[in-house]
Design a protein around this ligand. Structure first.
Ligand SMILES: Nc1ncnc2c1ncn2[C@@H]1O[C@H](COP(=O)(O)OP(=O)(O)O)[C@@H](O)[C@H]1O
Ligand SMILES: [Mg+2]
Length: 388
């Protein structure tokens, strides 16, 4: 069978068969160069890819198919030299078709030697990779574009963050300086009002006495506001050390500070055992103190009952402080943690800073604070602190 098939081929010699085989390849330009780079053979693929017919190109130097730049910078000679030195050379680059258009060629050049090892010429196999190259270029371009975009966005964000940081710092500075500077004139108002009241004693009408009292009370209220504002700002300015402490120590210190208030109000504070936490003792004391103070201050007609416990919650401890006070309507649950926000006026004295200070301290410890409550059924304040 095989024999008969071969014998039916119209050509006899092996060389002729090989030539036909090479010639029929359409996807690859396959051709021979002599040792000087002159084109000696040309297949169908070469014609299809490069546009020259065999008649037009055989006898021409192969550098004709390179771009002007490549001819000037000696690329054809370099390719030949490398193929001669290493027996083989690969190259990728722009080549020029007969009609002057360019295509991206992927080329393999092999040296051809005679039996004595003498260089006789080169075989060249090349393929038109223009499409693949265009896709690669596009991908590279997109990647660069993306990188550029990310870089410029990052830059913008960093600038914004920096502006914000600076604005924040200026604001802190401003708050601090103004509150500080306000203290002194305020003290004067208080002192001189009191002097005035003492010297004019007996000569003042009841109305006048009331006005003087209002002025003194106003100055005192303002002093408390400024003190709290300073305390609040100081939390930003002076970052405190956080270390492992028994949170029960903070509670005990808070109760000591509030001893008089607790006795006067016949309040009862009960605490479950409290855990070790990573915190600043002074600041955690402040949190307990502000929360207990509120629980006593916003009591209902019952004597204040306060219950404190802590449960583990993931990598944190969740503290809970429940009271039997007047409660807070749900629409105010966020607002009460803001600076100077209070739900009451004269009937309960205060600056509206207590919970804002708690929130800042808890957040600086990496925790969260919130309240669960409804009017008339007591409140439960929760806050989290990182476990050790
Ligand atoms: N335990 C509580 N029970 C009821 N209301 C509370 C309680 N704690 C806080 N509040 C409400 O939240 C407001 C803000 O509290 P806070 O920031 O401590 O300011 P202040 O106590 O000076 O008013 C209070 O004015 C009060 O209306
Ligand atoms: Mg308070």
């Amino acid at each position: 069978m095989t024999e008969r098939f071969i014998s039916t081929l119209p050509v006899a010699t092996e060389a002729e068969q090989f030539r036909l085989l090479v010639d029929s390849v359409r996807e690859y330009a396959i051709y021979l160069l002599d040792a000087n780079g002159i084109v000696r053979s040309w297949n169908t693929g070469a014609q299809r890819i490069k546009g020259y017919s065999a008649k037009e190109i055989i006898g021409q130097h192969f550098s004709r198919m390179f771009t002007d730049e490549d001819r000037t910078n000696g690329r054809p000679a370099r390719i030949m030299a490398e193929a001669a030195r290493n027996d083989s050379c690969r190259d990728e680059g722009w080549r020029v078709r007969k009609d002057g258009t360019r295509f991206w060629a992927s080329v393999v050049v092999n040296a051809v030697r005679d039996e004595l090892g003498e260089l006789r010429g080169f075989t060249k196999v090349s393929r038109d990779e223009t499409e693949r190259h265009a896709i690669e270029e596009q991908v590279r371009h997109n990647a660069q574009e993306l990188e550029r975009l990310v870089e410029s966005r990052t830059q913008q964000l960093m600038e914004k963050a920096e502006n914000l940081r600076r604005a924040n710092e200026e604001l802190e500075q401003f708050n601090y300086v103004t509150s500080h500077d306000l203290q002194e004139p305020l003290r004067m108002v208080g002192i001189y009002m009191q002097k005035l009241a003492r010297q004019a004693d007996g000569k003042l009408s009841d109305d006048e006495k009331r006005y003087v009292r209002y002025a003194i009370e106003g100055a005192e209220r303002m002093r408390l506001l400024i003190d709290d504002l300073l305390r609040y700002n100081r939390l930003d300015r002076e970052r405190a050390e956080h270390e492992p402490i028994p949170s029960g120590d903070a509670l005990r210190a808070a109760l000591d500070n509030l001893a008089q208030l607790i006795t006067e109000n016949a309040a009862e504070v009960v605490s479950e055992p409290l855990p070790l936490v990573r915190a600043n003792l002074g600041q955690l004391t402040q949190v307990f103190q502000n929360l207990i103070h509120n629980a006593v201050k916003y009591k209902s007609d019952q004597p204040p009952r306060i219950h404190i416990d802590a449960v583990a919650s993931g990598r944190a401890w969740k503290f809970r402080m429940r009271d039997n006070g007047i409660g807070i309507e749900p629409q105010y649950h966020d607002r009460i943690f803001e600076v100077f926000q209070r739900l009451h006026s004269r009937e309960y004295p205060g600056t509206g800073m207590g919970l804002a200070i708690c929130k800042k301290i808890v957040e600086q410890h990496g925790g969260r604070i919130w309240v669960e409550s409804s009017r008339g059924s007591g409140s439960a304040f929760h806050f989290t602190l990182p476990a050790l």
